[in-house]
Write a protein that binds this ligand. Structure first.
Ligand code: MN
Length: 214
């Protein structure tokens, strides 16, 4: 399993309610049981993995795009959020791996802590990678995958452009569209709340959070 050392180094779990990933460390030794043909022990075509998009109003608004691979959530910060338009490549900055249970996190990171601000679970679901070994594909700098989320569907590609800079792009299919999904579907898939409502309910900075809402 990939290391969560950088994730933990950046956070003080006495101050933030983000998951420490302790449970996924234990789980890392023995992967969750999955239904897959015995012949493809490393194969993932047969097993849909989790993807998560968290809308995060930190020092700047961005969308954290996460793909389960190698026992963690491989993560990219997408300032403009995903676009359904295949002509719109979106910058996706590679960031540290996150624990699998981060995928359920929605709430407040205290101001002054790493990523301080409001986090919304903007979309989640499963993905199926075109490549057999998605962790290898990511390490090699290009992964093509089909999303089955509540908002995002169809085929996408993430490809390394320069160092930690990647490009996220929708591939042409029936889910490609000119719809501005970030503006049209701004609410949490977990709680239906907007960022300002999450901040209000959970003691965050409501004014700051509201600047991320349409
Ligand atoms: Mn973030």
């Amino acid at each position: 399993m990939a290391s969560l050392r950088e994730y933990r180094r950046k956070r003080d779990f006495a101050k933030t309610r983000e998951p420490s990933g302790a449970s996924s460390v234990k789980a890392g030794a023995k992967p969750r049981p999955v239904r897959r043909p015995a012949a493809t022990s490393r194969g993932t075509r047969t097993r849909p993995l989790t993807f998560v998009v968290q809308k995060h109003r930190a020092s700047a608004l961005h969308y954290d795009f996460r793909l389960e691979a190698d026992g963690v959530l491989k993560s990219w910060s997408v300032p403009k959020g995903p676009s359904l338009d295949p002509k719109q490549s979106r910058l996706a900055m590679e960031v540290e791996d996150h624990p699998l249970d981060y995928g359920a996190f929605e709430g407040i990171i205290p101001e002054g802590e790493y990523g301080g601000g409001t986090v919304m679970l903007w979309d989640t679901g499963h993905y199926l990678a075109e490549q057999d070994d998605q962790a290898r594909a990511i390490a090699d700098g290009s992964i093509t995958f089909a999303l089955d989320g509540k908002k995002l569907k169809g085929v996408w590609n993430l490809r390394r452009w320069d160092g930690r800079k990647w490009l996220l792009r929708k591939k042409k299919d029936e889910y490609a569209s000119s719809l501005d999904i970030a503006a049209e579907k701004p609410r949490s898939v977990k709680s239906k709340r907007l960022l300002a409502q999450i901040a209000r309910d959970e003691g965050g900075n409501v004014k700051k959070a509201a600047t991320g809402d349409p």
